[in-house]
Write a protein that binds this ligand. Structure first.
Ligand SMILES: C[S@@+](CC[C@H](N)C(=O)[O-])C[C@H]1O[C@@H](n2cnc3c(N)ncnc32)[C@H](O)[C@@H]1O
Length: 264
C-alpha cells in the first residue's frame, strides 16, 4: 500500500484534470481517474492510504481509514494580526523580539499560521522561510499561502511573501550559513494535545511528531543571529533535558510558553 494518489471531483472539467495532473507530478504520486467512485472506494481500489482531491474548491486531502479531511486554512493568523494592530501584542512575536526587516527561519511550518504572523511583522524588507518535512503538508501550505483569498490585503501580502521548503529542518540547518537568520523558530507537535482543537488534531494526524533534539538546537544556535525560539506547553519539562539554558518567555494567557536561547 502506498501513501497517496491524486484524483478529481466526480464531474471533472478538462481544466480540473490538468490541475490534478500537475499536483500528481509535483508530489510524484499516481493520478487516478475518479470514475464516479467515493473517496473510500478510490483509496481501497487504488491501494493507497490517502487521496488528494482536486476540484473547483481548495485541494482536500482525505485519509478515509482515519476519517480525516485536511485542507489549508490560516487558522488564527487574522485574529493575531488584528491584535497586533490594536497594540495587544503577540507572545511569539515578543519571544522572538521581532520587528521590521528581520529574517526568520520557521523550521516547523505546518499550516503556516506562525509564519504568517512573522511575515506580517518583518514586512516587505524582511524575510520568512518555512520548512515542512511532510510532502503533502508542505504542498498544501505552499499552495494555500500563495492562493488563499483573505482580507485585509496586508495579511494576504504577508502570506504571499513566505518561502516554503519541503525538507527536514536538520538538513536545512546543517546547510545554512552561520548567523544567516535573525531568528530560528521551532513549534513541534506536543506530546499531549492541549485541547480538542479540530484543526490541530488534523495537523497532528499528518505531521512529523518528533520533538526538537539537541543536535537541531545546536545547529539552530549557529544559524541564528539573535535567538532560537521554541514553543512548548506551559510548564513543560522539555527544557530540563537540554544541554542549553533557555530563558522561558510567557505565552500570555494561552497554555503555551516560549523558550528563548540567545545567540552568543
Ligand atoms: C505544531 S506543527 C507547526 C504549526 C505551525 N507553527 C503553524 O502555525 O501552523 C509542527 C510541524 O512541524 C513539522 N515537522 C516536524 N519535524 C520536522 C522536521 N524534522 N523538519 C521539518 N518539519 C518538521 C510537522 O510535520 C508539523 O507540520
Amino acid at each position: 500500500m502506498s501513501d497517496l494518489a491524486v484524483t478529481t471531483s466526480r464531474k471533472a472539467s478538462t481544466e480540473q484534470q490538468d490541475r490534478a495532473r500537475a499536483w500528481a507530478e509535483r508530489l510524484a504520486v499516481p493520478l487516478v481517474p475518479r470514475k464516479g467512485r467515493s473517496i473510500a472506494e478510490v483509496a481501497t481500489d487504488e491501494d493507497v492510504t490517502g487521496v488528494l482531491v482536486i476540484s473547483d474548491r481548495d485541494p482536500v486531502y482525505y485519509k478515509p481509514g482515519r476519517q480525516l479531511e485536511y485542507f489549508f486554512h490560516p487558522n488564527m493568523a487574522k485574529v493575531r494580526i488584528h491584535n497586533l494592530k490594536a497594540g495587544r501584542g503577540d507572545p511569539m512575536v515578543e519571544a522572538m523580539q521581532l520587528s521590521g526587516d528581520d529574517t526568520v527561519l520557521d523550521c516547523t511550518l505546518g499550516r503556516g499560521c506562525d509564519a504568517i504572523i512573522a511575515s506580517w511583522v518583518v514586512g516587505e524588507t524582511g524575510k520568512v522561510a518555512g520548512v515542512e518535512r511532510i510532502p503533502i503538508l508542505a504542498a498544501l501550505t505552499a499552495h494555500g499561502l500563495a492562493n488563499y483569498e483573505i482580507q485585509p490585503a496586508d495579511v494576504a501580502a504577508a502570506m504571499r511573501r513566505i518561502e516554503v521548503h519541503q525538507a527536514d529542518y536538520h538538513n536545512v540547518l546543517v546547510d545554512a550559513d552561520s548567523a544567516s537568520f535573525d531568528v530560528v523558530y521551532f513549534d513541534p507537535i506536543f506530546g499531549q494535545p492541549l485541547d480538542g482543537s479540530r484543526a490541530m488534531d488534523l495537523l497532528r494526524a499528518l505531521a512529523d511528531q518528533h520533538s526538537v533534539d539537541a543536535a537541531a538546537l545546536r545547529e539552530a544556535h549557529r544559524v541564528a543571529r539573535r535567538a532560537v525560539v521554541v514553543k512548548q506547553p506551559r510548564g513543560s519539562s522539555y527544557w530540563e533535558q537540554l544541554p542549553f539554558c533557555f530563558e522561558i518567555v510567557a505565552g500570555g494567557a494561552s497554555r503555551v510558553e516560549y523558550g528563548r536561547l540567545s545567540a552568543s
